[in-house]
Design a protein around this ligand. Structure first.
Ligand code: MOS
Length: 748
């Protein structure tokens, strides 16, 4: 077990980021680069009858206009639900078919970006328009069937029959779009059969594999470069059409081409959080023991892909119940394929579950914290294996104490502050501890410099700094002496930065690489004369905080040891895979798939937990809703860097407030279009919406999850926030809101 780092190292790239020095993918401009722009469909469903590109072509600066009729060298990898990295299995500009509003219909290339955009605006398309519906019809939903997808344990009807109180309600959640600050972009440059692509990516190795397979060229002929990512949240996980189109036109024109997708187009050309319907039945005896839990989730998906974001897999893991039934359903509508957005199923499903638990507590006249304690469990209720660690109630106790939960008046409408009605609400946060296989390489020089290399990603989380910290601690070096290279597909294979897996998975690989470097030097020194390790069995020598230690008191620092070796440096690799998950996940990652696995193995269920408490104010006359306080306590194994972890959790909680009060992609149902496709009208919390946010991180020791004892935290903070706020609104007003987001218009 590695020592805890428990440090607050500031991200080394922070000054460069805030002063504009950091170069993102679209900042690399190969010489002779041309500029692309997309023209997108104004209808949602139908056919392109004709495209007139002549006006666009005669626009000054425009070099070429590509449509489905003339685009060449355009290849399409398999979509995610066919086992590939494509963001969708339907590829625009391969035919006359229009399947969603804002679908790319033409790609204009020009000498400069302004000319390209003018050209795109001048492309004139005649359509035959079909009927389209942007909202799913839950009545038309179908069951997702695969092993483990839906479960029946015991008999829910019998459980409900034994119960004193039953909650039987439906919650709904809207379309949402990620809106990272950094725009989607791709720059492609071909040199003969070699291809370089600069694009913000959460998965450079998968992108490389997908592009190479699509073009039938060697993986090593493709380089994906994504050194920094200005926010992703799931939107940069796959290979989208705008990247593949850019690669194609660069090949056709024999010149590098850069495309920067516009903000409105970012709402249609990649992915988004699908709308959902959550039906829950939760029943308990008078003393609060759950007797039945049923959850049927209906998620929206496109006409061409079955998007699986199984929220029921998370809710059924939360509380003990003898009778459980969960069902995962999908309903199709005329959009692009939805994808993953920060806590892709947990945000929605825990809004429902944690509201239901609160509603049940009111029916039973129980404290909602005590109701959760009553049904807390150390065993996964369906998989029937123990949690590797579960500190849920410790989180409740810590957050309740810091929040002052005991001062809550347990009657609806009993707390006021002038013209404001005051309510307290709480909810559970959780996130699965998935892991993925990862490699890393470390080179240590006797001068005291180290280089860590791996094809992992820093999507703004601090991953560079954390990888550097892990190596520095193992090697006994100052953090500043370790350089970290990531975000390039030529580096040792690492998983996508998704599912909150990076620190746990790639961090473990860095740890193993350092240990292997130590073992390598130990082997050399034990075979040499005249040093403290001479003649020892090398397998008895261990590397502890930069010191090689023998079984007696023999010891020498790694740097001193390196100076004694002929080369004065060592290079070693680390390969991490969870022993109980490795085979399936390894195969996927090394073949260009997404090798994330877990959180349940034959032995344990691996989850991080938290508890969030919200104070909600509703103005008596204007009905304005405010959240002046949000306190969260989280237990997520070993915290590698308390500063970056705090930021991740706080960011998640801010986003949770946004999901409750602001975020909502509005739609034009007549035209089946997303309406507020800009960041002026797509509301997110601003500073004035955020007041007192407190994040507490509890100590939790977990040897099972990975060698570092780390559970992912990137997505944990957003889960449960909306329910905590809904529960607070009920406490303040007696009004139950079951549809996100909550606005003035919803208050009576
Ligand atoms: Mo995240 S939604 O796992 O990129």
């Amino acid at each position: 077990m590695a020592a805890t780092l428990d440090t607050r190292v500031t991200r080394y790239e922070a000054p460069s980021k805030v002063t504009g020095g950091t170069r993102y993918a679209a900042d690399y401009m190969p010489s002779g680069m041309l500029h692309g722009a997309l023209a997108t469909s104004s209808i949602a469903v139908g056919e392109v009858v004709s495209i007139d590109t002549s006006t666009a072509e005669s626009e000054p600066g425009v070099i070429a206009v590509f449509t489905h009729e003339n685009i060449a060298d355009y290849k399409q990898p398999k979509g995610f639900y066919q086992g590939g990295p494509g963001t969708a299995s339907f590829w625009p500009m391969t035919s006359t078919s229009i399947r969603y509003a804002g679908q790319p219909v033409a790609y204009v290339v020009a000498e400069n970006a302004a000319a390209a955009r003018r050209g795109a605006a001048l492309v004139s398309v005649k359509y035959e328009t079909g009927d389209a519906s942007i909202h799913m019809d839950p009545e038309s939903s179908f069951l997702l069937e695969s092993e483990g997808m839906n479960v029946t344990k015991g008999d829910v009807a019998a459980g409900i029959a034994q119960a004193t109180a039953v909650v039987d309600e439906t919650w709904t959640t809207p379309f949402q779009h990620h809106n990272p600050m950094e725009m989607f972009a791709a720059t492609a440059e071909w040199n003969g059969e070699r291809l370089t692509v600069w694009t913000p990516s959460q998965s450079v190795r998968t992108a490389r594999g997908g592009v190479a397979m699509a073009y039938d060229i060697a993986e090593t002929a493709v380089e994906i470069i994504s050194p920094f990512v200005g926010g992703a949240f799931g939107s940069k996980a796959g290979l989208p059409p705008y990247t593949m189109l850019t690669i194609a036109v660069a090949k056709s024109l024999g010149a590098p081409v850069r495309l920067i997708v516009t903000r409105p187009q970012m709402f249609t050309v990649a992915s988004f959080r699908p709308e959902s319907v959550q039906k829950i039945r939760l029943a308990a005896t008078a003393d609060g023991q759950f007797t039945a839990f049923e959850h049927i989730e209906i998620g929206q998906t496109s006409q061409f892909d079955p998007v699986v974001n199984p929220g029921t897999h998370m809710t059924r893991a939360m509380y003990a119940s003898p009778n459980i039934y969960t069902e995962q359903r999908l309903a199709r509508s005329d959009t692009n394929t939805p994808g993953f957005m920060r806590a892709p199923n947990e945000m929605q499903s825990f809004f429902a579950l944690e509201s239901a638990v609160d509603e049940l507590a009111w029916k039973l006249d129980m404290d909602p914290v005590e109701l959760r304690r009553k049904n807390d469990t150390q065993r996964h209720p369906v998989a029937d294996v123990p949690f590797s660690s579960r500190s849920l109630m410790e989180c409740y106790d810590a957050a309740a104490a810091s929040f002052g939960w005991s001062e809550r008046e347990s009657k609806v409408g009993s707390m006021v502050d002038g013209d404001w009605l005051v309510g307290y609400g709480c909810a559970t946060a959780t996130y699965p501890t998935a892991v993925a296989p990862s490699e890393a390489r470390v080179r240590v020089q006797s001068s005291g410099h180290a280089l860590v290399e791996l094809a992992a990603h820093d999507v703004g989380t601090g991953a560079y700094t954390i990888m550097g910290q892990i190596a520095a601690q193992r090697l006994g070096l100052p953090v500043g002496a370790v350089d970290v290279a990531m975000g390039n597909s030529n580096l040792p294979v690492a998983p996508l930065a998704g599912g909150s897996v990076t620190s746990a998975s790639s961090g473990s690989a860095v740890h193993l690489a350092c240990m292997n470097a130590g073992a390598d030097i130990a082997r050399t020194l034990t075979q040499m004369d005249g040093n403290p390790l001479s003649g020892l069995d090398h397998s008895t020598v261990t590397l502890v905080d930069g010191v090689l230690q023998g079984p007696g008191n023999e010891s020498i620092s790694l740097l001193e040891a390196l100076k004694l070796t002929p080369r004065g440096e060592v290079t070693a690799e680390g390969r991490y895979a969870h022993p109980d998950l490795s085979s399936q996940a390894l195969r996927a990652t090394y073949k260009g798939g997404y090798g994330v696995a877990g959180p349940v193995t034959d032995k344990h269920a691996m989850f991080a937990f938290g508890a969030e408490f919200a104070e909600v104010h509703i103005h008596r006359w204007t009905k304005e809703i405010r959240v002046p306080r949000l306190h969260g306590a989280f237990a997520a194994g070993n915290i590698l860097n308390r500063k970056t972890a705090h930021s991740q959790l706080m960011g998640g909680m801010v986003w949770g407030i946004g999901s409750a009060l602001h975020e909502h992609t509005l739609v034009d149902t007549e035209r089946a279009r997303f309406l507020n496709s800009n960041i002026a009208e797509y509301l997110i919390p601003v500073n004035a919406d955020i007041r007192d946010i407190k994040v507490e991180m509890l100590d939790e020791h977990d040897d099972y999850v990975n060698p570092l004892g780390v559970k992912g935290i990137g997505e944990l903070g957003i889960v449960g926030t909306a329910a905590a706020i809904a529960n607070g609104i009920y406490h303040a007003t007696g009004q139950r809101l079951r549809s996100l987001p909550f606005t003035i218009a919803d208050m009576v």
